[in-house]
Design a protein around this ligand. Structure first.
Ligand code: FMN
Length: 350
């Protein structure tokens, strides 16, 4: 029997936990339709906001796939390594793009799926205004990103890396107070306490939180002796999965098992979705894997998760949080005084 993949994120019933996350691959209607065709439950459209500078930034983007030894890799071969990049926003006018997303969300509804609008915080008044435009257009779901990686780099103020819990609560309350549709709040991972930011978003009225946004990095190029791609860059990759899972589990503990968490950062396969559900996520977003591997990655993730659940005779909701709820405290572990000796070079012991 096929595994039951259905999950609920607050009031939204999703047909499965696989989401196509926001990025350049969903900057066009064609990209969003290609993602929907893979059977995902949600596609989060490329983000927009009111800032002309943030829109113009798309013309200054660049992207690099690197292997674990920091060698550049062909972009379209998929990646077990990392993605370093600087991104930009949807260059089309916000109102025009929101109207296009609304039409796509109506198409998605006929497939039992959703196309979410995504707003990136620049000015709060404009975020509130655009959230109302999103709702008025008939879009059924909004992702509100207050934690892009680039806030400190893009000094034009057109994007925000919000790290202060009190400000997140205020920003989320303003947007959630202005609309009735569910709002997922996407948070930075560049924080000493992502769980506290998640709690602030919850208290502000978020339906769910999406975590964790990518880190900033800088990779010196050994040939040019300059930074790869010339600037500091957003950095993600499969390596980020344990970090995401850590903050999912911490957030589940802090906010309780009922509050929906959406995973982003590090998912490449269906088994990764299983890992993130085990850590407490209700659904999982895929971005870099699609940009480097194509939309088929999404269908493969769906099949992979389904196969895993089938093998374990579990439904998707039954998987959520199983590992998170079994994280032991160091103090409760049995004593094994000599165990460390197995993990050092021979000379250390002799
Ligand atoms: C090139 C690129 C562009 C992105 N653009 C957006 C965006 O417009 N809005 C947004 O909320 N997140 C954006 N993201 C973040 C992704 O949605 C995702 O959260 C992040 O890449 C981590 O997940 P991944 O490991 O699946 O890539 C972008 C990421 C990349 C790599």
């Amino acid at each position: 029997m096929a595994a039951d993949l259905r999950v609920a994120v607050g009031p939204l019933a999703l047909k499965n936990p696989i989401i196509c996350g926001s990025g350049e691959h969903v900057l066009t209607e064609a990209g969003i339709r290609a993602a929907l065709a893979q059977g995902v439950a949600v596609v989060v459209a490329k983000s927009t906001n009111e800032s002309a500078a943030a829109r113009a930034q798309l013309a200054q983007t660049d992207y690099l796939a690197v292997s674990s030894g920091w060698r550049p890799q062909a972009w379209n071969l998929g990646s077990d390594g990392g993605i370093l990049c600087r991104s930009g926003l949807q260059p089309r006018a916000s109102e025009e793009w929101i109207a296009a997303v609304a039409a796509l969300d109506r198409e998605a509804a006929r497939q039992g799926a959703y196309v979410a609008a995504s707003l990136i915080l620049a000015g709060l008044d404009d975020a509130v205004r655009l959230a109302k435009v999103v709702e008025a257009a008939g879009i059924r779901l909004l992702e509100f990103n207050v934690g892009t990686p680039y806030g400190d780099e893009a000094t034009h103020g057109g994007v925000t890396t919000e790290r202060a819990a009190d400000k997140i609560q205020e920003q989320v309350a303003a947007v959630c107070g202005a609309v009735r549709i569910p709002v997922w709040v996407k948070l930075t991972g560049q924080s000493e306490n992502v769980a506290a930011l998640a709690q602030a978003a919850q208290q502000g009225g978020a339906t769910a939180v999406t975590m964790i946004g990518r880190m900033l990095g800088m990779l010196p190029d050994l040939d040019t002796m300059a930074p790869a791609l010339g600037t500091n860059l957003g950095y993600g990759g499969p390596w980020a999965l344990p970090l995401t899972c850590y903050w999912l589990a911490r957030s589940r503990k802090r906010l309780g098992p009922q509050f929906p968490l959406i995973a982003t950062n590090g998912a490449r396969t269906g088994e990764d979705a299983a890992r993130m559900l085990l850590a407490g996520a209700t659904a999982v977003e895929y971005c870099s894997a699609v940009m480097t591997g194509g939309f088929g990655v999404l269908g493969e993730a769906l099949d992979g998760l389904s196969a895993y659940l089938g093998r374990h005779k579990l439904s998707a909701p039954q998987l959520i949080g199983l590992a998170a709820d079994r994280v032991a405290a160091y103090a409760d572990l049995p004593a094994r005084p000599d165990h460390w000796r197995r993990f050092v070079p021979d000379q250390t012991i002799s």
